[in-house]
Design a protein around this ligand. Structure first.
Ligand code: ZN
Length: 377
């Protein structure tokens, strides 16, 4: 059903098409993937795992590869599934009877869990293990948790539980102590851009690196989101993705504005600042959106001032050079003081009766920081 719908729209759903089939190809989680692979290769598996981390970073993907690998008939010596045997193919075709996925966000009652517990007791037919993935496990009701705890304490030998959560702090200590915990990171912009570049090449799509960087930033560490934004952009713009198209589609403010604004601070160009801000508002952008963007821009300039912190700047190539060049013109104290003003606006914005004036005043105050400094010299 879903597949035909996707085909009718005429574009691939990349998150599904490019879902990794091996630990090796999982993006941005090499530490977790390596540990899981080792555990499988050395047959040091346990019955309960807890995968923690933000949404869309590969928790379910790793759980699926894990389930496939432990049931594979011709597993590689380093713990990867062969992806060719009958068991692997049934997993890849979503028709394996040895894997169960439950979303605790929508199935969190004690009846749901009792139903699951009953299934757990039945041994697998054609495989060694049955794997139960419970997503968003922190959403289980207290009663459901309690019912589940007994099974987690004395699981049948064929059962392996993989519990996934975005909110580790909500997991009861009694559950935590029975699970081996794995922490998944948010995926870096560089890793996301590299993967999007690969997908674009495979699909015969040309894409400007800056365009993919904006998509990666918007996805904020979640590969699933990055791929779905990518699909959305392709469906709007076709096989050629430009920076301009992406910012227009995602309603992102062109970073050139921020470079311009900071140059105007340096030149004490108050009228230029007010006119540029007016232009931004006329393009339909919200003042708060602008000020938080300006704050991150100044933060990025600040990290560029130091060779050690420069690695925190998550952009590359031409745009990185632009940051370094502008940072060289700004003194660190100025950026810190301007950021203080920007953060104040961020906090006051929602309550303010005259939002436009609040932002305009902040811009003037930021410009005046440098003027005051000149006068005291
Ligand atoms: Zn296999």
């Amino acid at each position: 059903m879903e597949n035909t719908k996707e085909k009718e729209k005429g574009f691939v759903v990349s998150a599904r098409k490019y879902r990794p089939a091996t630990f090796e190809t999982v993006i941005g989680q090499s530490a977790v993937a390596a540990t899981l692979k080792n555990a499988i290769a050395n047959r040091q598996m346990t019955h309960a795992y807890l995968f923690c981390g933000p949404r869309g970073v590969g928790k379910t993907t790793c759980a699926r590869i894990f389930a496939k690998a432990i049931n594979c008939e011709h597993r590689t010596p380093d713990g990867e599934p062969c992806n060719e045997c009958e068991s692997c193919r049934s997993f890849s075709g979503d028709r394996s009877l040895s894997i169960f996925e439950m979303d605790a966000a929508s199935n969190n009652s004690v009846e749901d869990i009792r139903d699951l517990i009953a299934k757990v007791q039945v041994p697998p037919q054609n495989s060694h293990y049955k794997v139960y993935i419970i997503d968003e496990v922190h959403m289980l009701s207290q009663q459901a948790f309690n019912a589940f705890l007994k099974t987690l304490e004395e699981p049948p030998t064929h059962a392996i539980f993989i519990l996934a959560t975005t909110e580790k702090h909500k997991i009861l200590p009694t559950i935590l102590s029975r699970c081996q915990t794995y922490d998944f990171n948010r995926i870096t912009i560089a890793d996301t851009v590299a993967h999007l570049t690969h997908v674009a090449q495979e699909e015969g799509i040309t894409a400007e690196p800056q365009a993919l960087a904006v998509i990666a930033q918007k996805a904020d560490g979640a590969m699933r989101d990055a791929l779905s934004i990518f699909d959305q952009i392709v469906s709007f713009t076709g096989k050629n993705i430009t920076y301009k198209d992406v910012i227009a589609n995602l309603n992102v403010l062109d970073y050139d504005y921020y470079f311009k604004i900071v140059d105007m601070f340096l030149q004490d160009d108050i009228s230029g600042l007010l006119l540029t801000y007016n232009d931004i508002l006329n393009h339909g952008f919200e003042g708060l959106h602008f000020i938080t963007g300006l704050n991150s821009h100044m933060r990025d300039l600040l990290v560029c001032k130091d060779a050690i912190t420069a690695q925190l700047l998550e952009v590359d190539g031409e745009i990185r050079n632009k940051y370094t060049a502008q940072a060289a013109n700004c003194e660190a104290w100025f950026l810190v003081e301007a950021l203080k003003i920007g953060t104040e606006v961020d906090l006051q914005y929602k309550a303010s009766q005259n939002k436009r004036l609040l932002v305009e005043l902040a811009l003037i105050r930021m410009a005046q920081l440098l003027k005051k400094k000149l006068m005291t010299k």
